[in-house]
Write a protein that binds this ligand. Sequence first.
Ligand SMILES: [Zn+2]
Length: 468
Amino acid sequence: MRPNMFNNNIQRPPSTTKDKMPSQGLSNYPLLLNKAQSTPSQDIKSNYIYSSNTTFAPNTQSQQSRFIEQNTQKQNPSQFNQQLSQQSLAISQQNTQKTVTTNYSMSQSQPEQYQYKSMQNVSKGICGLRNIGNTCFMNSVLQCLLNIPAFNEHFLNGDYLKDLNSKNSSVPNEYSKLVATIRNTPNFQSIAPYGIKSAVENVMPCFRGYAQQDAQEFLVALLDGLSLGLNRVKNKSSYKEMNDNLNGRTLQDLSKEWWDYSKSRENSLVLDYFQGQLLHTIKCSICGSSSYAFDTFQDTSLAIARAFKILEDMNLERLLDKYVIEEAIDDYYCSKCKKHQKVKRKFTIWRLPHILMFHIKRFEFRRFSSDKLNHRVIFPLELDMREFVKDSLDQSVKNCQYFLCGIVNHSGTLYGGHYTADSKNPFNQKWYRYNDSDVREIDIKQQRYDTDGSSSPYILFYARKSLY
Ligand SMILES: [Zn+2]
């Protein structure tokens, strides 16, 4: 058997798993010493769905618990989160014995203004999520989102409320509560994410119940739910056919026209971070005319089957090469020739989002045999996208530099398996493996992303360097 991360002899912090955590053995955590005061009351538990029922409130947080108790019902989430955020920051500062300079102003539209670099001594937000019935698919996706730099601050400081639609508010509000709870739970504890599960289920009933689900489908549903609830467009423009030829204009002009139209129908905080634009070019091999479509995208699905032979190692850059390569199609309707012709089709990544998500299509569904494609994965910790956005809008060096910030792993087979997440904490820049309620620090450079072990990358998250 090939080594997996559990065989690595690296120093790990104590696990969060309840059965592995001796009930009295919390002396490593000075924050948790005052147990008599720290037990959360039943009121908090019932009012606050995410409250950890292990050891939520240590010394400094006992005040906070009382605060939560007294205020959850009176306050709107904004006030609630602001208070939590300030207290959380205060606690972190006490922990590290350092004064941390942060700028949590209230009107963040530019993610770049977060200064995570100045917070490298701050350790917070390292919290497990309990498995509440085959929910590892959800937990692993949430752990990657919760560690995305800058994005979560909008939920913590109440900034998201200015766009909140009262009709579809439950997913954003529950996500906001989750962010606040995670940030205020002592590191290496765990909480039960019931609230966000039921909010997503209400929008997407296919996630009801306790069956194992696909993590990528959950990711899409969650982001859709957030975006719907935070859509700034109150009166959608009506559907219109977009121009697919230049008519003397530049590609830049055309891309803007498509982008503006898309934004006139849906425009949200989620799309600010996750939406990019893809150029789809079709060139007729007979008359030479080209047509252009600029579609928006959030996650990019990269097919292994098309790109690699069985047993060949997989490399992210090669998958991207294949994604943007020109391909011939035999039978495509050319509007100029007015008949089906041979054409060449090409995808170009035109506008890069702050967060790039790559979905490695490991599950192949065929008529007679469906299977999981087991390929070893090679992917960079730092990704330079310049090579893949040639001819497009976003060619500045700054805009093309990304850090890997999260990995959803799938282990097992198509018919049964388990999801975990590896995620980089935006504050201390350390990597952790989240296996439901269990959290361990890992050395990302020493991980082997095999497919027969515990870690088989399924979704990769890259964050623009300027977000840190
Ligand atoms: Zn033609």
